[in-house]
Design a protein around this ligand. Structure first.
Ligand SMILES: [Zn+2]
Length: 68
């Protein structure tokens, strides 16, 4: 395998991810979480843009009360 082929493969592998909500492939994945595993590295949870937005935590309660 050539160096170029390896590079192309790693790029295409990152060009999208499976949405953890609708299980559909998205080409604009948004990181929505991280799952620690007892064995091996943790797994990043990805969401498609339409599902990631409501899953991403908004401002913390303390942030909203700051300055009040
Ligand atoms: Zn989705």
């Amino acid at each position: 395998m050539t160096r170029e082929a390896l590079a192309a493969e790693s790029v295409s592998a990152r060009r999208g991810a499976l949405c953890c909500r609708c299980k559909r492939w998205t080409y604009a994945p948004v990181e929505v979480g991280y799952v620690e595993r007892q064995s091996g590295p943790g797994v990043v949870l990805w969401g498609c843009p339409s599902h990631a937005v409501p899953m991403i935590p908004g401002p913390m309660p303390g942030e909203l009360e700051r300055g009040a």
